[in-house]
Ligand binder design. Structure first.
Ligand code: SF4
Length: 348
């Protein structure tokens, strides 16, 4: 599929080059980038420092209206909030705003649907529709930040889709988010999460930006991971952990393993012991994610079981263990709960 070009696919210096190519001086490009990414205005006609002729040109060729917010938004943002966006071709994606004490995080989608068939995931039920452009990814943060009085501090690529299946657009979006004249979010506060696409991990390690890597691990035995995450048949655990080791050694950065807690499935003593031994030489931390109920035939563990597993693991592990108590579960805004198929029909 060929995407329409959009100015929101471009880094600030690329916007400057576009403006120059249209016969305007470079400083007009810097002004335009500031309107788009700094002031976050929606339409070109509000860019009052630009000449009318350039505003008209942007209106005709800039393709700035990539996502349209569809759901109702509350007036207070103390809790997690899901945002449903309609795209120009009628597809739909979801993003989540996650506030915490010191952070204001946006979880973005990188694809419409997903080609991977993780058995616990709502998005997997949609199948793969298409990749998002860099601009469509950036626009999720821009749109949400218009509703939030303070700056967005963190972005995680953990929404719909496998980011490394859409590597170029994801990398470009992360660069725009990080750029001082883009969204100016620290690279260390931008995290890309993969289900284990090994070539993507090697490519990510080569990017000259300190973006963070998370790996959705979820099982530490191939027989179980093959069932939960069929991508494991293509890139089994030995290959995955080798790639992660390469990433940590090349970048000197710690990787986060996300590990979903499925009652009686992934949280046995045996699993904890294997985690301890297989991850012991890696610069990593393990983030335990209690399962959020979806369509899948798994059970949520209760709090006592979660704490017992975490305590057992931490008492033996050389790496830190944390628990992510998901906000937004009641709004279907938690991990593995993003799904737009039926809603798309509702407003089409
Ligand atoms: S968990 Fe992530 S990679 Fe797996 S199907 Fe869901 S969206 Fe895709």
């Amino acid at each position: 599929m060929v995407y329409k070009q959009s100015l929101k696919n471009l880094l600030p210096e690329e916007i400057e080059a576009w403006v120059l190519s249209k016969g305007y001086p470079a400083y007009r490009g810097r002004q335009l980038a500031e309107w788009l990414y700094g002031k976050k205005v929606e339409g070109p006609q509000a860019m009052y420092t630009l000449p009318q002729s350039l505003r008209d040109l942007i209106q005709q060729e800039g393709n700035l209206f990539l996502t349209q917010l569809v759901n109702d938004i509350p007036t207070s943002f103390a809790d997690s909030q899901k945002f449903l966006f309609k795209l120009t071709d009628g597809e739909a994606i979801e993003s989540v705003y996650l506030p915490s004490k010191n952070r204001r995080t946006v979880c973005v989608s990188s694809q419409v649907g997903c080609a991977l068939k993780c058995s616990f995931c709502q998005t997997a039920r949609m199948g793969f529709h298409r990749n998002l452009s860099a601009g469509e990814i950036v626009d999720q943060v821009l749109q949400i930040s218009r509703w939030i009085p303070e700056n967005i501090t963190n972005v995680v690529f953990m929404g719909m889709g496998e980011p490394f299946h859409n590597f170029e657009s994801v990398a470009q979006a992360a660069k725009i988010m990080n750029h001082p004249k883009g969204l100016h979010i620290s690279a260390r506060h931008i995290t890309v999460s993969t289900a284990g696409l090994v070539p993507g991990i090697y490519a990510f390690a080569e990017l000259p930006y300190p973006f963070k890597l998370a790996v959705s691990l979820n099982a530490i035995r191939d027989d179980l991971r093959d069932v939960l995450m069929p991508i494991n048949k293509q890139y089994p655990l030995t290959d995955l952990l080798k790639a992660v080791k390469f990433y940590t050694q090349k970048t000197h950065r710690r990787v986060t393993f996300e590990y979903v807690l499925l009652k009686d499935v992934t949280m046995t003593i045996k699993d904890a012991d294997i985690l301890v031994s297989r991850l012991k030489d890696l610069n990593c931390k393990v983030n335990l994610i209690p399962y959020n109920m979806t369509h899948a035939p798994y059970q949520m563990p209760d709090e006592e079981e979660i704490l017992a597993f975490a305590d057992y693991l931490q008492s033996r592990a050389s790496f830190p263990v944390t628990i992510r108590w998901s906000g937004g579960r009641d709004k279907q805004a938690a991990c593995g709960q993003l799904y737009t198929e039926t809603k798309r029909e509702e407003y089409a």
